[in-house]
Design a protein around this ligand. Structure first.
Ligand SMILES: [Zn+2]
Length: 167
């Protein structure tokens, strides 16, 4: 089921998601909904907070530009190593139409659980590494507006003021 995406300034985006202790129907359903919602919005990743849940779960589409999406559910992720640095524009489905330049490690390795309760390691670089870090940030209550550099501060302030006046 496609579900609505929670938008800033909803406070659930600022809460820390809690580790999944046990896989259950609820988690399977959550992952299904997140995958459908991510595909519908052409997102590369989506975190549980963004659909109103506080489980440490996010989903990734590792082939966003191909006809057949490759979907990876990530449960209780942890970054093991990171390498290099890349500055790129980054957006967020919870802050539509805002793009901020963010410096992040270029390559990362994470460990996590899959839907069969097995551990797996994922190596990511480029866009995918960025998406993974972005989604892990969501699970920790961190948003792209927390990274704003001096030269973009005014732009972000105007954007956020616009949100307050629109609501
Ligand atoms: Zn986001």
């Amino acid at each position: 089921m496609v579900v609505p995406i929670v938008k800033y300034p909803d406070l659930i985006l600022r809460r820390k998601a809690l580790p999944v202790e046990k896989l259950s129907e609820d988690i399977f359903k959550l992952v299904d909904n997140m995958v459908e919602t991510m595909l519908k919005t052409d997102g590369v990743g989506l975190a549980a907070n963004q659909v109103g849940s506080l489980h440490r779960v996010f989903v990734l589409n590792t082939t966003p530009h191909e006809d057949t999406p490759t979907l990876i559910p990530v449960i209780n992720p942890e970054i093991i190593t990171h390498e290099g640095q890349l500055i790129e524009d980054e957006g967020c489905l919870s802050l539509p139409e805002l793009y901020i330049k963010i410096a992040r490690p270029e390559k990362i390795r994470i460990k996590s659980k899959n839907l069969y309760n097995e551990n797996f390691v994922l190596d990511a670089s480029g866009l995918l590494a960025r998406a993974v870090q972005h989604e892990i940030d969501h699970l920790n209550g961190i948003l792209i507006i927390d990274y704003v550099a001096e030269e973009e501060r005014e732009k972000v302030k105007e954007y956020l003021n616009g949100l307050i006046h629109a609501s």
